[in-house]
Design a protein around this ligand. Structure first.
Ligand code: NAP
Length: 248
């Protein structure tokens, strides 16, 4: 259904978790894929190996999306190696959970720097070349917690809500260049990010999800691949929920 043959994709934070599943799914749909990581070099190289074995081009790039210089260098290098990025998936994210009064200003800022400003800066570096090609797909990985709020996650929820407004505003600016901009808002998904949650909290969350389970990373990736496809050209400025009915 999603034919991305010959396209160039960049997925931030794609050595592990949801990003890894997205990189693999885009490659399965025919895209060459630039894999970004900040710490997980071995995991990123493993994703590159998997994608290369499918007959696609792939390479790993180290860059902290919260660091403007590293972001610019990465995008320049990806463009040299692959050509202009046509599908950008802003997936990299962190959490530093604490109630607001216990959260340090540094913890608040760190999450905003990576989850909101970092995604915006990667997009800022990619968009000029994308505009010149008059085709593009930009997808931000937001979160159900950016839509409904989340106890102990004021920083994270604010960043994820910010991505939704960023996507809508950017969609207005880039429609004339045939570039769509959307968010995918996952619910609780089986990755390292949720693996550390206390089992009783996780059970409580699962019982409040209509589907009574967590999402698999591949289920988020499927939605991203659909939005990235040429056939999804009439969907822009939207947020697609993949949350098992946790929030409607
Ligand atoms: P994860 O397993 O913790 O993976 C996070 C990924 O982000 C890793 O690949 C990590 O790479 C990368 N990353 C973190 N900081 C980075 C930075 N400064 N620069 C570049 N890459 C960075 O988390 P996940 O569950 O897959 O989350 C992926 C995205 O989905 C995040 O945006 C998260 O907020 C969102 N999300 C997750 C859930 C969930 O339940 N899991 C729900 C809703 C939304 P390194 O290891 O190389 O640092």
């Amino acid at each position: 259904m999603s034919d991305l043959s010959g396209k160039v994709s960049l997925v931030t934070g794609s050595g592990r978790g949801i990003g890894r599943a997205i990189a693999i799914a885009l490659a399965e749909a025919g895209s060459d894929v630039a894999v970004n990581y900040s710490h997980s070099k071995d995991a990123a190289e493993e994703v590159v190996k998997l994608i290369t074995a499918m007959g696609r081009k792939s390479k790993a790039y180290k860059a902290n999306v919260g660091n403007l210089e590293e972001v610019r260098t990465m995008v320049e290098q990806v463009t040299k190696d692959f050509g202009p990025v046509q599908v950008l998936v802003n997936n990299a994210g962190i959490n530093r959970d604490k109630t607001f009064v216990r959260m340090t200003p540094e913890q608040f800022k760190e999450v905003i720097d990576v989850n909101l400003i970092g995604q915006a800066m990667v997009t800022h570096a990619v968009v000029p070349a994308m505009m010149k090609t008059d085709w593009g797909r930009i997808i931000f990985i937001s979160s159900v917690n950016g839509q409904r709020g989340s106890f102990g996650q004021t920083n994270y929820a604010a960043a994820k809500a910010g991505l939704i407004a960023l996507a809508k505003s950017l969609a207005l600016e880039l429609a004339r260049n045939n570039i769509t901009v959307n968010c995918v808002a996952p619910g609780f998904t089986e990755t390292d990010m949720t693996a550390g949650m206390p089992p009783d909290v996780l059970e409580k969350i699962k019982s409040s999800v209509l589907m009574k389970r967590q999402a698999k990373p591949e289920e988020i990736a499927y939605c991203v691949t659909f939005l990235a496809s040429p056939k999804a050209g009439y969907i822009t400025g939207d947020t697609v929920n993949v949350n098992g009915g946790l929030y409607m």
